[in-house]
Design a protein around this ligand. Structure first.
Ligand code: BEZ
Length: 223
């Protein structure tokens, strides 16, 4: 299955660290979800990423987003690895989100997240670094896909989540290098009447050589 934007992220039951019987939809409830996959347990980049995610778990919760880690190993491996993840982050206790197990790679294959190039020491394919942003209706709103050799930026992941949550509810798009709270662009298809009604804080139209008035900048419409 090749998942793309607008698809429903499939529900699944699986073994997972931190959950007796993990069911994705039950776990997410009506929150946003970030499902992020890793090539393998006990690999350096994955450990740094999960450690960072553990540190940021509260920030994701405040944004009503639940983290779901994924790595193609079994529960006993995840349990051992969890100690490294927490120690690296200077954290104590359990990893604060589930890490899904998939030792036979059936889920990774079904989700279409196998890396075509990277193999483990036994020559078995590894999963790539996929991050699926799932909205409360279980639709995929964004996907970030990196190869195993490139670690992700959780700053960028949080920025994308902020942008998705803003643009789900307001007829705006976020410009280059946007950060939460920054100015955004009014969707070009809006009529002048709609703009007046929906953007009481006003807007500025940038004059461009084309003379086309399509770049309309407005403050963050929330609050
Ligand atoms: C890592 O997470 O460190 C890693 C995993 C597979 C290939 C390269 C790096």
């Amino acid at each position: 299955m090749r998942l793309t934007l607008g698809d429903t992220f499939p529900n699944f039951d699986a073994e997972a660290l931190g959950a007796v019987k993990f069911n994705l939809y039950n776990y997410l409830e009506d929150n946003w979800g970030l499902f992020f996959s890793h090539p393998s347990d006990f690999t350096p980049i994955c450990t740094t990423e999960l450690s960072e995610a553990a540190k940021l778990n509260k920030v994701f919760h405040q944004k009503k987003c639940r983290l779901v880690g994924f790595s193609c190993n079994d529960l006993s491996s995840h349990k051992e690895w969890a100690k490294d993840i927490m120690a690296l982050g200077g954290l104590s206790g359990e990893v604060p989100f589930p890490i899904v197990c998939d030792h036979d790679r059936h889920l990774a294959t079904e989700l279409g997240i196998m890396d075509p190039k990277e193999k483990d020491s036994q020559g078995l394919p590894l999963t790539c670094r996929a991050a699926f942003f799932i909205n409360p209706q279980k639709k995929i709103k964004a996907i970030i896909l990196y190869p195993a050799t490139v670690g992700r930026s959780f700053k960028e992941i949080l920025r994308v989540l902020d942008a998705l949550q803003l643009t789900e509810n307001h007829p705006v798009a976020t410009p280059v290098e946007w950060q939460a709270g920054g100015n955004c662009c009014i969707l070009p298809e809006l009529s002048e009447r709609d703009i007046k009604e929906k953007f009481p804080k006003g807007h500025e139209t940038r004059e461009l050589p084309s003379g086309k008035a399509y770049l309309k900048i407005t403050p963050d419409p929330r609050g």
